[in-house]
Design a protein around this ligand. Structure first.
Ligand SMILES: *[C@@H]1O[C@H](CO)[C@@H](O)[C@H](O)[C@H]1NC(C)=O
Ligand SMILES: *[C@@H]1O[C@H](CO)[C@@H](O)[C@H](O)[C@H]1NC(C)=O
Ligand SMILES: *[C@@H]1O[C@H](CO)[C@@H](O)[C@H](O)[C@H]1NC(C)=O
Length: 367
């Protein structure tokens, strides 16, 4: 795994309505799905998806439609997968983005609107370790009911070429979307209609773009707490009520985070008390904040990437954790292969999703 920098990060977190969490205002939106209607358990164990050039980079569980939304890195498409029936229901192509040299990394369902946020970004920052942050950068809002992109917002006007590496997306209960740029670590806030963009967090003066900053975002659903993993091995907490983001270090009991971080995720099944952090090389780190305030957290340990799954060698990087169904937790594995001549991705068709449900449970019990 030489060019791991290529594998950009992932995914955003959904967490189910936090029981007993009362922190809402009259104008606040309420989460859709995951309330009374709960998706059935999957009970499938680890599995392999057979789909040409899927190359998942990020994925999010849709608690309303019981589907998995997959960001397909190299093709820059989005896979809509039914894990119960093992069927790829759709693959979304975006004109001017898919099958170019752009990537699609961040894909997340907005639990308040039910819309899917999709982030396209240039491959340049990943190919150059942040030295070149030019190129494609758009937020698209896809409506799964109407099956169309409602709006897209080009982020070039606000970022220019000062920073880049956009790879994860989150939402708050006021309709805002938050986008993280990893080089050197910025957070952009986009309002409900995609009209107003704010540099919500930006270190001033701006650090060099070769610094690897935040890799992933995760909001405790229904709250104003957003977590971000940083390239320095620390976890930070933001208060979404603030006009400008202010990172507060979350002290970790036990080891710090590892340094090759990618997506972070609060599995809906734990209601915001467990954070899973992907480390490209090692696996999934398991953190807990029993009271869900994330003023401090316990680092309970790391679940290693298994060497094989059902006989298939797992030779990729761990790019994201994700829940499927009411109970199951998975590793998402990203791969880099030589492109097929004339195409923008390699020749792979088999993509493993190792099951980490019991391993996570084991760490929670011991911790
Ligand atoms: C990737 O694109 C190729 C065409 O270039 C297509 O055959 C394949 O189905 C696509 N796969 C995904 C997951 O986008
Ligand atoms: C985004 O905006 C920039 C600057 O105006 C422009 O060069 C680029 O082509 C735009 N991208 C898309 C996909 O419209
Ligand atoms: C895919 O390409 C690699 C070389 O990049 C080759 O070794 C392998 O046999 C190919 N696999 C298939 C299924 O064509």
């Amino acid at each position: 795994m030489v060019r791991l920098g290529f594998v950009c990060g992932l995914l955003a977190a959904l967490s189910s309505a936090v029981q007993g969490y009362r922190d809402t205002e009259a104008s606040d939106l309420t989460p859709r799905g995951g309330g009374k209607k709960v998706c059935p358990p999957l009970n499938r164990g680890g599995f392999i998806v057979n789909y040409f050039q899927l190359y998942p980079e990020n994925a999010d569980w849709d608690e309303e439609n019981c589907l998995l939304w997959i960001g397909c890195l190299w093709n820059a498409t989005v896979g809509v997968y039914d894990p119960y029936r093992d069927r790829m229901l759709d693959v979304l192509f975006f004109p001017g983005i898919s099958l170019t040299l752009a990537h699609i990394g961040g894909v997340a369902r907005d639990p308040y609107s039910g819309l899917i946020s999709i982030l396209s970004n240039s491959g340049n920052p990943w190919a150059t370790g942040g030295a070149d942050v030019t190129g494609e950068r758009q937020l698209m809002k896809y409506d799964p009911k109407k099956k169309k992109v409602l709006w897209a917002r080009n982020m070039t006007d606000i970022s220019r070429d000062r920073y880049g590496g956009f790879q994860d997306v989150e939402h708050d209960k006021r309709g805002n979307t938050y986008i993280v740029g990893t080089h050197p670590g910025v957070i952009i806030r986009v309002d409900k209609d995609g009209r107003k963009l704010t540099e919500w967090y930006l270190h001033r003066p701006l650090s060099p773009t070769t610094r690897k900053g935040y890799s992933g975002l995760a909001v405790v659903k229904g709250s104003d707490i957003m977590l971000a993993s940083d390239g320095d091995g620390k976890l930070y907490r933001f208060d979404l009520r603030e006009e400008r983001g202010r990172p507060v270090n979350v002290p970790l009991l036990g080891e710090g985070l590892r340094l090759n971080l990618d997506a972070i995720y609060l599995p809906p099944k734990y209601g915001g008390s467990v954070l899973l952090v992907a480390d490209l090389l090692e696996g999934i780190q398991v953190l807990r904040s029993k009271d869900r305030t994330w003023r401090k957290a316990e680092n309970l340990g790391t679940i290693s990437k298994p060497p094989t799954l059902n006989g298939l060698v797992i030779d990729g990087a761990v790019v994201a954790p994700v829940q499927m169904g009411s109970n199951s937790l998975y590793m998402v594995i990203g791969n880099i292969d030589p492109f097929i001549p004339g195409m923008v991705a390699g020749n792979r068709t088999l993509f493993p999703f190792p099951d980490i449900t019991n391993a996570v449970e084991g760490l929670l019990r011991r911790g």
